[in-house]
Design a protein around this ligand. Structure first.
Ligand code: ADP
Length: 267
């Protein structure tokens, strides 16, 4: 069967949404977006799918709550903002998911947890139990104890964490919602002739270069962390799609087998 059509059969789905998709350009919370996301995910749950949401946004929401007009740059300021924002983030999700009769749970993880077999096992058991009970886990990095995902230059906004979570719970599909339609042949912000790539069968060094890997002339920004996530997901049997989070119905389109975004095929 054609790879895209196979996505119709995906049952356990991890959806990662970044700060840019949850806030307005000025950094303030985009309630309509968050409510829309809750409704779409609630409907997928009601269709019988298992949903895990990996959501960033704590730093942005915390900064807003603290009255900061600019995004914090220092790591400890980001951590402080995240500590203020995480509770608010969950409060908003709780409200919207509750409106659609869904129970959510907060899971704060760090990557080292996934490297320690006892802690990994505990996290796995909790997530599995929540899914069994029909709860939607909402995952974020625990920014108080680890700063890998908020140090944007290295990992970037939960991309890698979402791939690790997908592997941890044997997901069928990871959907990463970004501020761009998918992986292009060049960074489309710099090159108007860039072409969207529909499917990536194998992540070669050429593919890494498109995303701004070593020695590349094009591409900066966050695409490299998404390729890194795809490598983790694909090599562990999880398909991954990068799509634009601007239109959240893209989630439904992907799950209907439509050609939306870039599909990175599992091995
Ligand atoms: P988000 O914040 O939505 O998770 P990022 O902004 O970190 O995503 O990463 C996406 C960005 O990566 C795009 O907006 C684009 O500027 C950049 N980019 C670099 N190379 C490419 C490429 N080959 N294809 C698509 N985007 C690219």
């Amino acid at each position: 069967m054609e790879a895209r059509k196979k996505l119709k059969e995906c049952n356990r789905i991890v959806i990662k949404i970044g700060t840019s998709s949850l806030t307005h350009e000025n950094g303030k919370i985009y309630y309509g977006k968050m409510e829309n996301l809750a409704r779409i995910l609630a409907d997928l749950k009601n269709e019988g799918k298992e949903i895990i949401l990996v959501s960033s946004g704590a730093i942005g929401i915390g900064s807003e709550r603290l009255g900061w007009t600019q995004k914090p740059k220092q790591t400890e300021m980001k951590q402080a903002a995240a500590a203020v924002g995480q509770g608010i983030l969950m409060q908003i999700y709780e409200k919207f998911f509750n409106e659609y009769n869904q129970i959510v749970a907060q899971i704060l993880l760090t990557k080292d947890v996934l490297e320690d077999s006892v802690k990994k096992n505990n996290a796995q058991n909790t997530l599995r139990q929540l899914l069994k009970m029909g709860v939607i886990p909402i995952v974020n990095e625990n920014d108080t104890v680890a700063t890998e995902e908020i140090e944007e230059s290295v990992f970037g906004d939960n991309d890698t964490l979402s791939a690790m979570v997908s592997v941890l719970i044997d997901a069928d599909l990871l959907i990463i919602l970004s501020d761009i339609d998918g992986l292009y042949t060049k960074n489309p912000r710099d090159y108007s002739d860039a072409v969207l790539i529909d499917t990536v069968d194998e992540i070669t060094s050429e593919i890494e270069e498109l995303a701004g890997g070593k020695g590349s002339n094009f591409g900066t920004g966050g695409m490299i962390t998404k390729i890194c996530a795809a490598k983790i997901a694909n090599s562990n049997g999880v398909d991954m799609v990068i799509a634009n989070g601007e239109d959240l119905m893209n989630i439904n389109r992907i799950l209907e087998g439509e050609k939306v975004g870039t599909l990175f095929k599992k091995h």
